[in-house]
Design a protein around this ligand. Structure first.
Ligand SMILES: NC(=O)c1ccc[n+]([C@@H]2O[C@H](COP(=O)([O-])OP(=O)(O)OC[C@H]3O[C@@H](n4cnc5c(N)ncnc54)[C@H](O)[C@@H]3O)[C@@H](O)[C@H]2O)c1
Length: 434
């Protein structure tokens, strides 16, 4: 097998592929890619390499493209599907990193950290009111998926009330996270902070606009570490200037890098360059996960996290179970795809599974290289000791043993073990079946 790794992924991911007997793993750059792709079986990219129809035309043997990350904007999905090339993403690998960054943004915004830091750098000791507490405030999450739920559990530690709008999440699943599901208009009207955690779709594109902002409480603060297209930037800038919105903290922009974004530079706006998921831990996890998925597909025909372009008008609607992914032979198996469907709610979407091979299990949890070990559900025990009622969330349920499989040398597995169990359960029931 020949696998091309076109963008940098973790050493561990590369190693995993190199360990396969007879496999040729080529780390290449854009300059040589078009030549090397001709006889490659699989291609691994992050966001830098553009997988265009022209590139795919040269890839006569290509069976799969693995994207270390969630967004597949750099891959021509339609062209890949036409040519029978499976595209896989690695959702979930950076969820904790993005959630932590969301909180960093939220706290920096409410405590005006950039303003104080700038004054100190200029030698000014400007003591003034530094914002407000988040304790007791209401945080509204638009999208309660992987990242939204991680944000919710962190908000609980800050004693915030958390409400969420997510048409595809069950009340029971939200309750397990101590989150109240509310209609969008109620969320807009009640929240002190609104944080976006959904993908871009026909329904969500520019959902933050003059109309929705008018329904928000005066003084609301908005955080976006999801996708820039969710916000009409001109409308938000106008609302910040007229004081209706107290501020915004943004990691993502409609155009990246932003050229004429009306928000950047406003006094109450904090901006970071789409780095929410760019931690060492997340990159390690994503690299390992993508390598494992490619290995499993090429060696055993197991498909995980396949991405297809969503059929027009199918948003939120039923998608046939076991939907065929073109180009995959009869021997291919959809991992954990026990009669589930295809998740809706994005321009493109991963095929998700129920049960032990849920997309929420980290690469390490699935036992990379067969060296997985069992732990005693550490996160669950810690929570029960320290957080009283929160321990109740970690009741023994389906997927327990899988959720507690972790690699000691792989921090991501321990980090997410407890939450994955919850996610695997509620997504298995509701999300995939919708
Ligand atoms: N800034 C970064 O570096 C970074 C990194 C990773 C992911 N992201 C982005 O974060 C976002 C969330 O990622 P995730 O992994 O949590 O995705 P996810 O699919 O797990 O969760 C998205 C949630 O949005 C919900 N949803 C769908 N349509 C909705 C609607 N109309 N209104 C409200 N909710 C709706 C879905 O039901 C789902 O629960 C995505 O946009 C992703 O691209 C950003």
């Amino acid at each position: 097998m020949k696998v091309i790794v076109a963008d940098k992924i973790s050493e561990r991911g590369v190693q995993l592929l190199k360990e396969q007997p007879g496999w040729n793993i080529l780390l290449t750059t854009n300059d040589t890619l078009s030549k090397e792709i001709a006889d490659a079986d699989a291609l691994i990219v992050r966001s830098a390499t553009r997988v265009t129809a022209e590139l795919l035309d040269q890839a006569k043997k290509l069976r799969a493209v693995g994207r270390a990350g969630v967004g597949v904007d750099n891959i021509d999905l339609e062209a890949a599907t036409k040519r029978g090339v499976l595209v896989m993403s690695t959702p979930g690998g950076s969820s904790v990193s993005v959630a932590e960054h969301t909180f960093a943004l939220l706290l920096a915004l409410v405590r005006q950290l950039p303003k104080f830091d700038a004054a100190m750098r200029e030698g000014r000791w400007e003591k003034s009111s530094s914002g407000a507490e988040v304790r007791g405030k209401t945080l509204g999450l638009i999208g309660l998926g992987r990242i939204g739920s991680e944000v919710a559990s962190r908000a609980e530690a800050f004693d915030m009330r958390v409400v969420a709008f997510d048409p595809f999440i069950s009340e029971a699943a939200a309750r397990e996270l101590s989150v109240e599901l509310v209609p969008l208009d109620q969320l807009l009207a009640e929240c002190d902070f609104i944080s976006l955690h959904t993908a871009v779709s026909a329904q969500t594109r520019e959902m933050i606009n003059a109309g929705s902002i008018a329904k928000m409480k005066k003084g609301v603060r908005i955080v976006n570490a999801a996708r820039g297209e969710l916000i009409n930037e001109a409308d938000l800038a106008a609302a910040i200037k007229d004081g209706h919105v107290a501020g915004a903290a943004l990691d993502v922009f409609a155009e990246e890098p932003p050229k004429n974004c009306p928000l950047i530079g406003l006094p109450n706006v904090i901006a970071t360059p789409h780095v929410a998921g760019s931690t060492a831990e997340a990159q390690e996890e994503l690299g390992t996960q993508v390598a494992l998925q490619i290995k499993d597909y090429l060696a055993e025909g197991i498909i995980r996290n396949a991405v297809r372009r969503e059929p027009a008008g199918s948003f939120g609607g039923p998608v046939p179970a076991r939907a065929p992914v073109p180009g995959i032979g009869g021997a291919a198996r959809l991992a954990g795809f026990a009669g589930g469907g295809v998740k809706a709610g994005a321009d493109s979407h991963p095929v998700c599974g129920r049960g032990s091979r849920s997309r929420y299990a980290s690469a390490a949890q699935r036992g990379v290289g067969g060296r997985a070990e069992r732990s005693a559900g550490r996160k669950g025990e810690r929570r029960q000791c320290t957080r009283g009622g929160r321990g109740k969330r970690l009741d023994r349920g389906r997927g327990d043993s899988q959720a507690r499989t972790w690699l000691p040398e792989h921090p991501g597995s321990l980090r997410t073990a407890g939450k994955n169990r919850i996610s695997a359960r509620f997504y298995g029931r509701r999300h995939c079946a919708s």
